[in-house]
Design a protein around this ligand. Sequence first.
Ligand SMILES: C[S@@+](CC[C@H](N)C(=O)[O-])C[C@H]1O[C@@H](n2cnc3c(N)ncnc32)[C@H](O)[C@@H]1O
Length: 219
Amino acid sequence: MGMTRIVFFRAMFYEANGRHFEAFMKQEDLYRDTCAEVHAATGKSSITVLDYGCGAEKGVSRTILENVLEQRDLLLLYDTQEVQPSRRPNTRVISEALIWSANPVQSDIVNLSYVLCLLPPEEARMLLRDLSYFQHGATLSIVDYTLKHQSRDRVLQLLTANEEQKWRQQMGDAAFLETHMRFSPDGIADLVESAGLRIQKTIPLDREQFRTGIVAVRD
Ligand SMILES: C[S@@+](CC[C@H](N)C(=O)[O-])C[C@H]1O[C@@H](n2cnc3c(N)ncnc32)[C@H](O)[C@@H]1O
């Protein structure tokens, strides 16, 4: 079977199972557009992007950012887990202190991809508030599951990517469902606004809006 056909069948498989492929492509478009807009708005020749909750190894957001960013842009990686260093030049794994200190590193974009759903709502709100305060002037780019109105059985059938299966095993079904079904599209927008952020853009990442992307700035 030719390579193109394999890629096509792979895409069809993912389309049928949770629309992972479609969402990945839309997330890439979202990052590409946001980086271009921030480059233009700041007039900077190189920007700094913080991938907050980037994952231990190869998270979706990090994989996309490593490809989308221009060579001279700086990519900062942070997670509560130990983060594997990147092969991309101009990429640094940073410690918590650099984000929250009196003299924090300043990012132009702070990226949160599939992080907020893991936190209780009040913690998620505080995190957004704190990030927009300490990363003053940064554009926040947020991506998360918006599966609240699906049935529990359907969600378990949809979220079959390797990473999702790993989280399901780690958490158990009850906690996996509670976190991954936390938001509706309106619910995640409400959370972002309640943290004092102004939404510039909301986009469904797939045609059933299993996932939503939001771009927001501090009001
Ligand atoms: C589902 S993974 C998503 C990873 C990656 N961003 C992606 O797009 O695939 C969520 C990540 O958020 C991290 N995380 C959870 N709570 C966090 C917190 N309060 N601060 C920083 N990272 C956190 C977890 O350790 C995990 O690596």
